[in-house]
Design a protein around this ligand. Sequence first.
Ligand code: NAD
Length: 474
Amino acid sequence: MQRIEHIYINGEFVTPHGQEWFDLYNPSTEAVIGQVRLGDAEDAQRAIAAAQAAFPAWSRTTRAERIAALRRMHKAIAAREDELMEAILIEYGAPLVRGRWMATYPADVIAQAIETLESFVFEEQAGAAKVIHTPVGVAGLITPWNSDAGFICNKLATALAAGCTAVIKPSEMSAMQTQVVIEALHEAGLPPGVFNIVNGRGDVVGEEIARNPGVAKISFTGSSAVGQHLVVAGAATMKRVTLELGGKSPTVVLDDADFAAIMPLALQAGFLNSGQACIAGTRILVPRSRLTEFEQAAKAAISQIRSGDPRDADTDIGPMVSRKQWERVQDYIRLGQQEGATLLAGGEGRPEGMNTGWFVKPTIFTHANNQMRIAREEIFGPVLTIIPYDDEAEAIAIANDTRYGLSALVLGKNPETCERVARQIDSGRVLVNTQAHEPRAPFGGFKHSGLGREMGRWGIGAYLEPKTLVTNAS
Ligand code: NAD
């Protein structure tokens, strides 16, 4: 039983003022495996004060000094890969391949921030003016549980690269993963106060970050409801806000697609991260003329997908992160049937032979339409919905008939048709016949999927204010 007693403020592990202890679970066994002591509003205020005190010196550091600090962070995080992997397996339940990716990504994303910083343009000429891109101040970084270390490291490395200092509030459900990250970052030896990490509840620590005038900017990844609330809460102190929110991403299967060839991509996109992914391709749009053929191919492919013990190398889908999340997914599986969609595979309850753990059967609905709640709402579990379309124009209309717009996947043979369709989808990212992520490109959402962008130069730019300097030349 691990007890996490400290938060990290001003370069030190400190006992929180907050008194509440929060249980941590192994989602594969439902057992309590640890406890974390949560910070409160007073702890958040201390962390913000430390970040404010560190800001003047850090914002004046040179590019070379920031790169050196980020390199130390990279080395320290990379050295903890195996420890992080173990925390991911036990506390989150990611299957081995996904878990390994989640354990290496935090170091990778710091390396990507270094690469961007190396060539970032902090000063440029605009006519007679010099434009100086200036760090905005203390950044409040609020992250979810579905890739804890990756989100913390991405947001922190980007904020530091821009010259901001930071207060991080990770998900209270990921405290073991966060602890590995904090210990590594401590070893990196950054100046005290440059980053601070406060475990705590969203409506306590997160709320204090949102309303505190000492925080100039919020970068948030999480649900659209909390994101919307942060825009409102931050407005009183005119905070800059970047939001990475939910999705209901379309996978558009074109009528020339070779189903045997594209099926692995379509299912991987949908079941990514055990279905607990903002970018998951959960609406599969299929030409009506080939619907039966697609259903047969999907049913055969899904019968090979294993939901179970994340430590088993054959597992594709691990447990849901919590009982609440498991129940929510079960509710949607019931709802889909009540709405009149047909279960092609999966359904309610745990997979065959499993009596414990928050496991879900890989589930796919067909004969659905885009007005059903299973096609409109983010389920955040391994539940996909096949929606038929009659022609290309209707496929595009259905793809865009959603409040979200984070990611989309187009699958087909003819590259021109694929690109024509891709260009008409309202989404921050459209992938064509691939699942590859390009870290140099901006990442973020249209509509309710977010505000602003992360990654690459767009990511660093989101922590900067352009300052125009015009000098009398005479
Ligand atoms: P969530 O919105 O419940 O919580 C996210 C974070 O916000 C947590 O740290 C939480 O404690 C905090 N929080 C909650 N209430 C708050 C408040 N009132 N003020 C400030 N902070 C508050 O989301 P979650 O359940 O942890 O994560 C799942 C959601 O995240 C899904 O909707 C998913 O799509 C989204 N997500 C988006 C991306 C992306 O890049 N677009 C990536 C991963 C997850």
